[in-house]
Design a protein around this ligand. Structure first.
Ligand SMILES: Cc1cc2nc3c(=O)[nH]c(=O)nc-3n(C[C@H](O)[C@H](O)[C@H](O)COP(=O)(O)OP(=O)(O)OC[C@H]3O[C@@H](n4cnc5c(N)ncnc54)[C@H](O)[C@@H]3O)c2cc1C
Length: 424
């Protein structure tokens, strides 16, 4: 089979990219999704709060996804469900399998990677103890409870206070479970402030900051867990051990971009994001292979996934029509003091869409009254005042035409500076 564009993953990233590519003149598009329906992880996120930026409305995950699924169908874009992509090559040959077509090979002119991310598991953080049942990732529990109709436990402890952990604390409570605590290693929560209020405070669920789980106990099923405080250096504080009787431990300890297929195509991965390096067009190191959404870097809001994925879809359309200069470009971005990573990592100025470019990044800690400062070859290009920044929220800086004019070849660094330092 031959198509112009194959989109791998039918979550919000894949849907937006496919729709945008179609609207930009690509007719032959195929979306491949391994799940039984389109929509990705949004189908299990039945709480509200999606789409505030994109639609100025508070939608649930399935409602947000539905708008794009409907549009995909109205645009007559082909898709295959229950279809797992097994392999991709640098030559853009896609191997996929399902029960109706069997094993298929698809030759594509361009590919958009939109496979989302994986949750870190117990093995990834090495919690000692017995291998009793009742330990789930929060996302798996969310799918069981919200989509499959199974209750995963009655007495629950959650590790990790990112948004998924917080949302699941509320969900499990509403379903009748007793959530004893949300345990967080860091001295601050990894979730949005509104979720701490609406998911924990409103239900009197304690948030134990600077704490971790040091042991799981139980024979067949989890019977209790041991938690312990950590100091500023993340070392366990002796004598602070506490035992909590519970039957379920939910882990919400981080997401990692799903990069197995990217590795197969020899795409350069970024050690800071764990996703592919991309340029201003969301093109990876392999010409004609684009990436967007959580497969590139983990987003906190789906609205930004959609925005980034539209850019990938438009760029893929330009590539198919031979209008894009591929390559890593003449500029690179570098995270500097206080910044964990920057996306995109490379910029080809000729390709910049609409004469403006958004750089996305995350901070490495909580910052108050600071400036985001962009430098290029020793020259300050832009400086933006910020009252409050937290690692849980993705930050961005918009470079407009007048900012771009100041940039010459080389490196653009992004740093966080204290306000006083800038003013003195
Ligand atoms: C458990 C969990 C809960 C979340 N909750 C929220 C929330 O409440 N609010 C929020 O704003 N964000 C939430 N997020 C973040 C959320 O992932 C993003 O907002 C958004 O869904 C990312 O979109 P995506 O399309 O990049 O990835 P996904 O939505 O994950 O979609 C990726 C799709 O690719 C498919 N896929 C992967 N590999 C293959 C393959 N080899 N072949 C075929 N198909 C493949 C997957 O089945 C999936 O449908 C959550 C993330 C997770 C993991």
């Amino acid at each position: 089979m031959k198509v112009d564009l194959v989109v791998i993953g039918g979550g919000p990233a894949g849907l937006a990219a496919a729709i945008e590519a179609k609207e930009n003149g690509v007719d032959s598009i195929l979306v491949l999704e391994r799940d039984r329906e389109l929509g990705g992880i949004l189908q299990q996120c039945i709480h509200n709060g999606f789409g505030l930026h994109r639609f100025k409305e508070e939608l649930t995950g399935p409602e947000y996804a539905e708008r794009f699924i409907n549009q995909l169908k109205e645009e007559n874009i082909d898709y295959k469900l229950d279809t797992m992509v097994l392999d991709i090559t640098e030559e853009k040959l896609v191997t996929a399998v399902n029960t109706t077509d069997g094993l298929m090979q698809i030759e594509a002119k361009a590919i958009v990677l939109a496979m989302g991310c994986l949750e870190r598991t117990r093995g990834a953080i090495n919690i000692p103890g017995t291998r009793a049942s009742g330990v789930f990732t929060a996302g798996t529990a969310q799918r069981f409870v919200n989509m499959e109709g199974y209750m995963v436990g009655k007495d629950v402890v959650i590790v990790g206070s990112g948004d998924i952990g917080l949302v699941m604390a509320r969900r499990m409570t509403l379903e009748g479970a007793n959530v004893h605590a949300v345990v967080e290693l860091m001295p601050y929560s990894g979730g949005l402030a509104r979720n701490i209020v609406q998911c924990l405070n409103d239900f009197d669920i304690p948030l134990l900051l600077s704490h971790t789980v040091t042991e799981v106990r139980g024979k067949e099923r989890v019977e209790e867990i041991v938690i312990q405080q950590v100091d500023e250096a993340m070392q366990l504080v002796p004598g602070t051990e506490k035992t909590i009787a519970c039957d379920t431990l939910l882990l919400s300890v981080g997401l990692i971009p799903e990069n197995e297929l990217s590795k197969k195509a020899n795409i350069t991965l970024n050690p800071l994001t764990n996703g592919p390096d991309v340029n201003e067009s969301m093109e990876t190191s392999i010409p004609g292979i684009f990436a967007c959404g959580n497969v590139v870097h983990v987003h906190d809001l789906v609205d930004w996934v959609t925005e980034e994925s539209c850019r990938a879809g438009r760029s893929a359309a330009r590539y198919v029509k031979d209008e894009l200069t591929s390559g890593s470009g003449t500029l690179s971005t570098t995270p500097s003091s206080g910044v964990r990573y920057v996306v995109p990592q490379f910029i080809e100025p000729n390709n910049i869409d609409g004469n403006k470019l958004t750089l996305m990044f995350r901070t490495d800690a909580v910052y108050e009254n600071v400036r985001i400062v962009l430098m290029n070859n020793g020259t300050r290009i832009k400086s933006v005042k910020k009252r409050h920044m937290v690692p849980a929220e993705m930050e961005s800086v918009l470079l407009k035409a007048k900012d771009l004019e100041k940039i010459t070849a080389g490196e653009i660094s992004i740093a966080i500076e204290q306000e006083e330092a800038v003013l003195s």
